[in-house]
Write a protein that binds this ligand. Structure first.
Ligand code: AMP
Length: 410
């Protein structure tokens, strides 16, 4: 593997993880003439359909990772939970440091804070008594609500518990004993605390198991998808506005309803992160807009669901930018050619998607399907992107097409 000299087609890119992100990286890399090798335990995983070869093994199988490296000019990954140990000594973009930091909310938020990027107030929590103390702090109380999140392993809203004003009052109420406080917690959280106390769940001391965040009174959520390059250049897409349903991204808009100054500031924050890590590859930073200010929520060290619309709407997509970066090629243009709105197609159990041919009657609809072997509730199965000349038209057409799609139980 070479230093920073360009890696040109038909060189092979090795991807850890063969889900939809790996598939879309492969799609763009294939178009550019690269070979693809993918490591994933699932036979026929989405990226394997575009790969020259799949190494079917678990992600923590270091021998299999070595095998992937041996057939690849450069390695990259599509998901956060790569075990750093298995990558030791291998050349990979992005590097392992952003992976290590962003897989843990405590480290991630401290990184943002350290770089002077605004975050929600956050406090470390390991035991119920610390939760009670954290809920009773001035900075959390004045938010009128809080969310407890596991530092690792949670995604799409999982591993989170919300506390409203009443719960905060109970935590502050000295007439309440600690065991009464414990009784107010949701059973799964109580069980997790119990398990922690019994030593059943390990943390990397001195890092906490949970982080308690004060509620951010946001008016909207948006993300910056950007790409760092080996020569320190940074290219970001214009902010994408995001709407969630049940904690999962539902709809993204290529033009976020934020001012150009707010956009500039958020892109500058993302650029700071890229510079901090010497980041090579595409990543996303999710922000809240609260009181007119971008507030850091979290970061994903990989292409991101909110950037899928760039496949159809931008001169270079987030996946092409990723391929260019990891192969030490110059940045492409992240400019949008039109307005775009994406809607995720989230699966249901034992179902097939009906109505595709009717959805495709709507002008400007682009249909993406990830080729997963079966649909399951909450699983990302595909997405549609509506292209149009205005945000409103793109949004309406995306909704119309989405309404024509139905999950039919088999
Ligand atoms: P996360 O997994 O941290 O992205 O959280 C999932 C969703 O919960 C976010 O997209 C927000 O809609 C909401 N959320 C998370 N943290 C906060 C917060 N501190 N204040 C308000 N809403 C939040």
């Amino acid at each position: 593997m070479s230093g920073n000299s360009p890696i040109l087609p038909p060189a092979t890119i090795g991807i850890l993880g063969g889900g939809q992100l790996g598939r879309m990286i492969a799609l763009e890399a294939r178009r550019m003439g690269y070979g693809i090798a993918v490591l994933d335990p699932t036979p026929g995983c989405p990226a394997s359909h575009l790969a020259d070869r799949q190494i079917q093994a678990d992600f923590d199988d270091s021998q299999a990772v070595q095998e992937l490296a041996a057939v690849s000019e450069i390695l990259t990954f599509e998901f956060e939970n790569v075990e750093p140990g298995v990558m030791e000594g291998l050349s990979c973009h992005p590097s392992l440091e952003p992976l290590y930091v962003t897989r843990n909310r405590w480290r991630e938020k401290n990184m943002a804070r350290g770089l002077g990027i605004p975050t929600a107030p956050f406090l470390a929590v390991g035991q119920p008594i610390e939760l009670r103390q954290a809920l009773a702090t001035e900075e959390i109380r004045k938010r009128g609500g809080a969310i407890l999140k596991t530092c690792e392993g949670g995604y799409d809203g999982k591993g989170q518990w919300r506390f409203n004003e009443r719960a905060i009052q109970q935590a502050c109420d000295t007439n309440f004993t600690d065991s009464q406080f414990l009784e107010t917690l949701e059973p799964d959280l109580r069980a997790l605390f119990q398990n922690l106390a019994n030593g059943g769940t390990q943390t990397q001391a001195p890092e906490p198991f949970f982080v308690l965040e004060g509620m951010v009174p946001f008016s909207l959520e948006f993300s910056i998808v950007g790409t760092g390059f080996a020569d320190s250049q940074f290219a970001a897409f214009a902010p994408v506005e995001n709407e969630h349903r049940n904690g999962i991204l539902h709809k993204s808009f290529s033009s976020a309803a934020i001012s150009s100054e707010q956009a500039r500031r958020a892109i500058e924050y993302a650029g700071r992160i890229a510079e901090h890590f010497g980041y090579v590859g595409t990543f996303a930073v999710e922000f809240f807009l609260a009181d007119g200010e971008p507030v850091f929520n979290e970061m994903a060290p990989r292409p991101h669901n909110s950037g899928h619309l760039t496949l159809d709407a931008s001169i270079s997509s987030q996946f092409e930018q990723h391929v260019r970066a990891v192969c030490h090629l110059p940045p492409g243009s992240p400019d949008y050619m039109c307005e775009a709105v994406m809607i995720n197609l989230i699966g249901e159990d034992h179902s097939v998607l009906a109505g595709v041919e009717r959805a495709l009657e709507i002008p400007g609809i682009r249909f993406h399907w990830y080729g997963k072997s079966e649909s399951r509730a909450g699983r990302k199965m595909g997405h549609i992107t509506a292209l149009a000349s205005t945000r409103q038209e793109a949004s309406e057409n995306a909704d119309r097409a989405y309404d024509r799609l139905k999950w039919v139980r088999q």
